[in-house]
Design a protein around this ligand. Structure first.
Ligand SMILES: CC(C)(COP(=O)(O)OP(=O)(O)OC[C@H]1O[C@@H](n2cnc3c(N)ncnc32)[C@H](O)[C@@H]1OP(=O)(O)O)[C@@H](O)C(=O)NCCC(=O)NCCS
Length: 207
């Protein structure tokens, strides 16, 4: 496998003060909504578990701090940001983190398989992407698109038609193409698995 991954069940989290650094705890204390607090903490724990697999650092030495503008988290080890691509996702009671030490970029997304209305399909997917019509296929397609958005690091600034996932390959248009070019046109591999029963999980790796 090209990446390290950890899944955290959000119903069984340790106390925040046992796992967070001081700076992380200060940010965590500003979060008000219980769901957001749980997901944020679970994502940190998942990523800290991943990072302990490939570095000598202990949980509280591994800091994952949000960047102000993009919301994209930043990994900090001994006050430095290492060259270690990682990504976090949460959905319906689970948090997942992954890192790809050999790659240049990674984005991941986890979603529970659910039925969606036609308007949702038309709003988010270009007709060329809609090669099947099952709930599992459409959920997988959504996770693929989101994993690529996270790989690019743009958050909500893109029109979803500017990233198209067709047959497991990614196509970029417009602003997404510009951002992809700025990243040096990495070769992107998309993979989708169940990971957790009832879910779809996609990983986009850029080399
Ligand atoms: C910001 C976005 C990345 C969040 O995705 P999401 O599916 O709502 O939420 P997930 O649980 O999968 O991921 C959230 C995590 O993504 C990470 N993230 C946030 N902004 C990010 C960015 N700019 N780049 C990479 N990762 C980012 C964070 O780690 C966040 O968790 P945390 O705040 O607890 O650390 C973004 O893709 C989004 O909100 N999309 C909305 C849907 C949409 O319009 N999609 C179509 C776009 S083509």
């Amino acid at each position: 496998m090209d990446y390290l991954v950890e899944v955290i069940d959000l119903t069984t989290l340790p106390p925040a003060q046992d796992v967070l650094s001081e700076r992380e705890q200060a940010y965590y204390d500003t979060l008000k909504l219980p769901k957001r607090r749980t997901e944020w903490l679970g994502g940190r724990i998942a990523l800290k578990k991943v990072i302990t697999q490939c570095t000598p650092y202990a949980f509280k030495q591994i800091e994952v701090l949000p960047q102000e503008k993009s919301g994209k988290p930043e990994l900090v080890l001994e006050e430095k940001s290492p060259n270690l691509p990682f990504s976090i996702t949460h959905s319906h009671g689970y948090a997942v983190a992954a890192a790809a030490p050999q790659a240049r970029y990674i984005g991941i997304d986890l979603e529970k398989v659910a039925h969606r209305i036609n308007a949702w399909k038309q709003d988010f997917f270009h007709p060329s992407e809609l090669t099947e019509d099952t709930d599992t296929f459409l959920t997988a397609l959504w996770t693929q698109k989101e994993s690529v958005v996270k790989l690019l690091g743009t958050g909500l600034t893109l029109n979803s038609f500017e990233i198209r996932c067709v047959g497991g390959n990614v196509q970029f248009f417009g602003r997404a193409q510009e951002i992809y070019n700025q990243l040096g046109c990495p070769s992107i591999t998309l993979s989708t698995t169940t990971l957790i029963p009832g879910f779809q999980f996609s990983v986009a790796i850029g080399k």
